[in-house]
Design a protein around this ligand. Structure first.
Ligand code: XMP
Length: 518
């Protein structure tokens, strides 16, 4: 991996977002806790540091401390919000306890310097602070001010250090990314080499090293982006020594099995074993109404099916060969949220895929553990995966099982699949795929509504459209899909899907509603 830009996390909700913004400059970044031992930081051989925001006051009891040695590593440093204030104090400037808070969109006057040059004399920036820097450290030029921050930005090109009181990483600071980019490329002089082509090449090389010339691996495909890209990388690295396993639980959407069986295989040349477990899943779902009970039933059956498939692969391995590695599509946000840590954990397989025989122990291969979702997509495109797989909307593991309100039956699955396929087709045709995070289609199987079609009265079911816009699925808003698109969807569904005689639109944000109905 290239030398990282380390984002020192002072407890900001934005540290990961900052790391993403650095990656958008085509530079590799990692988030580290502010408590990390200085020797460990040195060992990472950072190319630059970005000090994140954090609690509102550097004077607060227990405020996270900045290791002053970080500023003596001889690498460029950029401070943001709390990090800006902590850096100021450490370098001999002053931070005033104003007792006042400046919060939200703020107008900032630019006075000079390089980082804000030519971006406008007055910027809009996003502020969230109490204390304010009142005196820049010696040798630093004050380059911007706001009503609540006499020193809203400073820089010293000679020392390759700078900082801003505002949050450049959020979209409410429209020039923030330009300022960060200038710092990293112009002040710090870093080479933007973190590109999809280079990332793919490095990851393939890493997998080759980890698995070695003889090692064999297995990978469960879900149909989703992460497992597909992870498998494609490992396939490039070790070829036929990878076997992919796909459990078709019968709760997939129209065309998804074909996407894996045909498109994925022809794009990658991977060995694929599909197990058709349709009936096993349906029989476990018979009579189950409660959402959590459905999830449990599907999850448990999934583990059993996967276990059977793995046992089959292990048995059919060539004489004397063992399968030692399990590929997983873990992404960087999961790694950061579970406390980081590097290297590959050597875990008992059942901690992850559950239920595998106790004597089967896999080593994990997690080629995506340093990537964000958008990078995974870019690498997938680089590897030639079809856009239907790379651009796929998030889809819950329990599949259509949690989009049928009521008992799951084969007939209901067929109805929902048909309605869902129409919705996807029309949204794509209207060019809305990038606007919409995902659009669950929900069948209210236990509700009936009266309709009229031709000369006859119908007594069918409603489906609900749930188009949402979101950045991370933690919060979401309902997407304002144009009326003419909604009209086409409604007309087609009620004409083409016999059991459905009503199409309704969910106009609830999250919170209070969740994205899925169950
Ligand atoms: P909610 O409904 O909680 O969904 O707003 C947030 C995101 O998570 C997905 N989701 C799931 N994914 N297993 C999954 O793998 C599940 O049981 C599950 N439930 C919800 C949902 O599609 C959305 O992207």
């Amino acid at each position: 991996m290239p030398r990282p830009v380390l984002v020192v996390d002072f407890g900001a909700q934005y540290a990961q977002l900052i790391a993403r913004r650095v990656r958008e400059v085509n530079l590799y970044s990692e988030v580290i806790p502010h408590t990390m031992d200085i020797a460990e930081v040195r060992a990472k051989n950072p190319a630059a540091l970005v000090l994140s925001g954090g609690p509102s006051s550097v004077y607060a009891d227990g405020a996270p401390a900045l290791h002053e040695e970080l500023l003596q590593l001889g690498v460029p440093v950029f401070g943001i919000c709390y990090g800006f204030q902590a850096m100021t104090q450490a370098l001999g400037g002053t931070v005033a306890q104003t007792g006042q808070r400046e919060y939200g969109r703020t107008s900032m006057d630019v006075r000079g310097g390089h980082l804000h040059e030519g971006l406008g004399d007055v910027h809009q920036v996003w502020m969230s602070h109490g204390d304010a820097v009142s005196g820049a450290p010696e040798g630093f030029e004050v380059t911007a001010t706001t009503p609540g921050a006499p020193v809203a930005a400073f820089e010293c090109e000679g020392k390759k250090m700078a900082g801003v009181q505002y949050h450049p990483e959020v979209l409410h600071s429209p020039h923030g990314q330009a300022v960060l980019r200038r710092f990293l490329l112009d002040f710090a002089g870093l080479e933007p080499t973190w590109t999809p082509g280079n990332i793919a090449e490095q990851l393939i090389e890493q997998v080759r090293e980890q698995v070695g010339p003889e090692g064999r691996a297995i990978c469960g495909l879900s149909g989703g982006v992460d497992s597909a890209v992870a498998a494609a990388l490992v396939q490039r690295a070790i070829g036929d020594r990878l076997t992919c396993v796909f459990v078709d639980h019968g709760l997939l959407r129209a065309g998804e099995r074909e996407q894996v069986e045909q498109d994925f295989v022809s794009a990658t040349g991977a060995n694929l074993v599909t197990v058709h477990e349709h009936e096993a899943f349906l029989s476990k779902l018979a009579g189950v109404m409660d959402p959590e009970a459905k999830r449990k039933a599907i999850g448990a059956e999934f583990i059993r099916s996967f276990e059977r498939a793995v046992a089959g692969v292990l048995e059919s391995a060539p004489e004397g060969a063992t399968v030692d590695y399990l590929v997983q599509g873990t992404l960087y946000p999961d790694v950061v949220e579970s406390g980081g840590g590097s290297g590959t954990a050597n875990i008992k397989s059942h901690h992850n895929v559950g239920g595998l025989p106790d004597d089967v122990e896999f080593k994990l291969v997690e080629p995506l553990r340093l990537l964000f979702k958008d990078e995974v997509r870019a690498v997938g495109r680089e590897l030639g995966l079809p856009k239907e797989i790379v651009g796929r909307q998030p889809f819950p593991g329990p599949g259509l099982g949690i989009r049928i309100i009521g008992e799951v039956t084969e007939e209901r699955l067929q109805t929902l699949r048909a309605a869902d396929a129409i919705v996807r087709e029309e949204l794509t045709a209207a060019g809305l795929d990038d606007t919409i995070w995902q659009c669950p289609v929900v069948l209210l199987a236990d509700v009936r509504s009266v309709g009229v079609q031709g000369d006859g009265r119908t007594y069918g079911h409603p489906v609900v459209l749930r188009p949402v816009s979101s950045e991370d699925a933690m919060t979401a808003d309902w997407t304002r899909v144009p009326y003419d698109v909604l009209e086409r969807i409604s007309t087609r569904i009620t004409n083409e899907v016999q059991e459905v005689n009503r199409v309704v639109l969910d106009v609830t944000s999250k919170p209070p509603g969740t994205i899925e109905w169950e």
